[in-house]
Design a protein around this ligand. Sequence first.
Ligand code: HEM
Length: 344
Amino acid sequence: MNTLGFICFLLAFHASLSVKGPFSAAQNNNGAPTPQFMPLQGLTQNFYQTTCPKAQGIIKSEVTKIINQNPSEAAGLLRILFHDCFVQGCDASILLTKPMVSEQVAAPNNRSLRTSTIRILDQIKDKVEAVCPGVVSCADTIVLSTAIAVELVGGPNIPMLLGRRDSNNAASNQTVVANIPAPTLNISALKQNFQNHGLDSADLVALSGGHTFGQAHCRVVDLQLTPTVSTDLNAAFAANLSRICIPGGTNNSANRGALTVHLDFISKDVFDNSYYTNVLNKVAIFHSDAALLNATDTKQLVQLYAQDQNKFFQQFKVSMLKLTQLGVLTGRNGIIRKKCSVPN
Ligand code: HEM
């Protein structure tokens, strides 16, 4: 099947397996926990209003230019934000490359965070530095750029709070491994990982919705395909993934390490609720995606968000606000890095 054939297959597949969850609209309202969020002291929406009033405008215009050229960078940004905040807090430690060993080469990140996105963040920060030197943190640059990008590709408006400061050190490989969930985790390990970060099942399900766009490297996808095809995957979908990823398939090139597949084949660069339909239809790629169906509370939320994009967006907004205040440095703590890759 060629690419067009594959897309047609998936469209037909989605249509034939449209979601029929057990909820009526009224039950949806009762079934969903009310999203709750407590703002952290020291963070405000207009943090730079007096110190760098142009900051937000500059970041918005840069991100808009970038997303117009390449909408898939929104996914690159969201993953960098997640991997920053889950390891030692949202302190931009993920962007440090010198003089310490970078988190970027730690096992869960190795060769899978987009270098293009890291360069983009450096460029945005340079533009802000040119106007207000030493004022706006790299941590806030990641958070604000991501929120703007996600909204530009269809996601909700997230009223991000600002005022984070940067760390001057990166976390060890061991710390990254301990904090970033592996795609092989089962539902109780996923819940435990999120709970360790102060996040609940609703946060787990809503933030996993980040897999509604972006890509995965074949070496990760292979975990679901070899030695035997995982029962997480629809058989025809797995066969197509194998054709793309497995040696001997159509892409048996020397450059296999760089091969990727879309996390969402239907709307690959759009932030919408199709991730949840994909999970229900067994066309979401990772075991950690399928595992959301293995506990009653997370399964009900997958069904709810598949039916109701507004409910997903409401929870995603709150979960992102919670995620982006994990372990933040404020006030006199931390520094403002001028170049995000070095501790000044
Ligand atoms: C729940 C546990 C999670 C696991 C096990 C997981 C695992 C992964 C893996 C293995 C990849 C593919 C990496 C690659 O091969 O390039 C990936 C991609 C991605 N993840 Fe997750 N993830 C999780 C949660 C999240 C969360 C909470 C977010 C954001 C809120 C997120 C956003 C993304 C995005 C946007 C991509 C695509 C990145 C790109 O296209 O550059 N993930 N994830």
